[in-house]
Write a protein that binds this ligand. Structure first.
Ligand SMILES: [Zn+2]
Length: 452
């Protein structure tokens, strides 16, 4: 038996098998059962979500020898020939390559003849928005007075390009992107039936990369099985798709968050040495930080497409982490991603952004970051730093203390209280000096933003 790609092998053959488009399939089934069959249908939606498949099942339901029936038998000659694409009365036309008036005139001529099987003559026109204006006009003439037993099913990814005169003569059905949860369950089940196993990271990555298109997901599955055999792991999907490994993103981000510039830069160099481009790395970092921000703000529901392994790392990173710190890094790196595109030295732009982020991520919100503010002020109070405080002092301190256990929120609040208590005590000279120094430190740090 010849090799069949998954998209063809697993193509749904009945309405029940069409994934996540119940709002369409139930309506079509009811229309058939109630014998309310229209002359023209428009199926719209993103690519690879089941439009043409549904059109074929609809054709099968109408022309089944036991039909019209919402449950085509799949056994009769008519059902079988529609499945193989050889039915005399069911014609599929690609709108992109048959877009001229001649093709539509030819179609109009043929539509006049009686059906070969005595049932419906069905024209499925894919990518109908590609037709020329003249072709649409010719099509409109048929739709105005459709021959008996002729049914048109149009499919398009761009319904706005279809003239209103055509739209108003069609029953329109909008297909949706396949939700990750549905796709994931479907892929797992179908893969298992072929003896293929995917770990949860692989499954999440395939779903995420498909962008809600089942066809894209299945094509990717074909590639994956060729690449790694029947046991597919997350790392292999990462390699095949050229994705930046999550561990690398974690290392860079944790370096930045700890204010450990050298560590962050070393990991950036490591990633570039592995062959990732500056663009790829920066984009991946931004997505990773976006996810971290969601975890830090508690908006975890939007993390649905993130593999469990990544989710665990994000939760680990977000412990005691104020969301404002992540937001600040995200801002710096987002600006860099624009800058990188017009820079002749993109690597330098990336490195500068990472250094800036590691030095400033926590300084932005100095008032909202008691533990960090406390450290900065503590250094400034030391006698050897009697001169106006320098930012390097704070950063050096931060570097050396990267392994220190972060304070719990309670401890942080307590420290915050201590600082606040000190500030208003202006009757004591020392305190007033301290307060002045603190303000000076804040100004020095915040002044750096203008340079970002
Ligand atoms: Zn049949």
């Amino acid at each position: 038996m010849s090799y069949l790609v998954f998209a063809r092998k697993w193509r749904p053959q009945s309405f029940e098998e069409v994934l996540s488009q119940d709002h369409v399939t139930i309506t079509l089934r009811n229309a058939i059962d109630m014998e309310r069959i229209g002359h023209a249908y428009l199926l719209t939606g993103p690519r690879g979500v089941g439009k043409t498949t549904t059109a074929r099942i609809f054709a099968k339901a109408l022309n089944c020898e036991k039909g019209p029936t919402s449950k085509p038998c799949q056994q009769c000659d008519s059902c079988k020939s529609i499945t193989t694409g050889n039915h005399m009365d069911v014609r599929e036309i690609d709108g992109a390559s048959n877009r001229g008036i001649d093709q539509i005139r030819d179609l109009r001529e043929r539509a006049r003849y009686a059906t070969a099987s005595g049932k419906y003559k069905i024209y499925i026109i894919d990518e109908v928005h590609m037709l020329t204006n003249e072709a649409f006009n010719a099509l409109l003439k048929i739709l105005e007075e459709p021959p008996d037993m002729v049914i048109f099913i149009f499919a398009t990814t761009q319904p706005r390009k279809v003239p209103d005169t055509i739209l108003s003569r069609c029953q329109r059905f909008d297909f949706r992107r396949i939700p990750v949860s549905d796709m994931s369950e479907y892929l797992k089940k179908e893969a298992a039936s072929e003896g293929i196993t995917l770990d949860s990271a692989a499954l999440s990555l395939v779903c995420r990369a498909s962008g809600g298109s089942l066809r894209d997901a299945l094509s990717l599955m074909d590639q994956l099985v060729s690449f790694s055999g029947n046991d597919v792991k997350g790392e292999e999907v990462t390699k095949l798709l050229g994705l930046v490994e999550t561990d690398l993103l974690y290392d860079i981000t944790s370096g930045i968050l700890a204010g450990n510039t050298s560590r962050a830069i070393d990991h950036v160099s490591g990633a570039l040495a592995k062959g990732y481009s500056v663009d790829e790395l920066l984009d991946a970092l931004i997505v990773f930080l976006r996810n971290l921000l969601l975890v830090a703000t508690g908006a975890q529901d939007s993390l649905i497409e993130v593999p469990d392994s990544e989710s665990r790392l994000l939760v680990k990173l977000s412990e005691n982490l104020p969301d404002i710190a992540v937001l600040n890094i995200l801002r710096i790196l987002s600006s860099a991603s624009i800058e990188v595109k017009r820079s002749s030295l993109p690597r330098v732009t990336l490195e500068t952004a990472v250094i800036t982020a590691s030095k400033l991520s926590r300084a932005f919100s100095i008032d909202e970051l008691p533990p960090v503010a406390d450290k900065v002020f503590e250094v400034c109070r030391q006698p050897e730093h009697g001169t106006p405080p320098q930012i390097e002092v704070a950063v050096t301190e931060s570097d050396s203390s990267e392994d220190e256990k972060k304070p719990t929120p309670e401890e942080a609040a307590e420290k915050s209280g201590i600082i606040e208590d000190n500030v208003p005590a202006e009757d004591e000279d020392d305190s007033a000096d301290d307060a002045e120094k603190e303000k000076e430190t804040s100004r020095t740090i915040l002044g750096l933003f203008d340079a970002v």
